[in-house]
Design a protein around this ligand. Sequence first.
Ligand code: ZN
Length: 138
Amino acid sequence: MNSYRKELWFEVPTRRAFINITPDVDECLKESGIKEGLVLVNAMHITASVFINDDESGLHHDYDLWLEKLAPHEPVNQYRHNVGEDNADAHMKRQLMGREVVVAITDGRLDFGTWEQIFYGEFDGRRRKRVLVKIMGE
Ligand code: ZN
């Protein structure tokens, strides 16, 4: 069995954003040479997510409003975590959108369902952050 590891780096200029990282993961898969196996993709920060869904801008707008309803950024003093920081909402948004995804690799391709794409969800941006790509198989 072979294994491959790579870190993808992001510096989002806004507090929140959704980025389609499917081409980056695809590039990792090609680099790994693995044809059958699994790829794990996870955010390496507790205020960011990796998730799978549709690459549709209306949906991403809806996610943002939904997350803001469930865990509004303001007022920042509503959260006990926000002593000396202001990102409690980002921790909660990450919890809702998840930490990682696992995708099957078949015939050297990401074996997605219909419309599935991999996204990086940033909830406390404006600094450098990492995503881990770990591929195992043969
Ligand atoms: Zn925090």
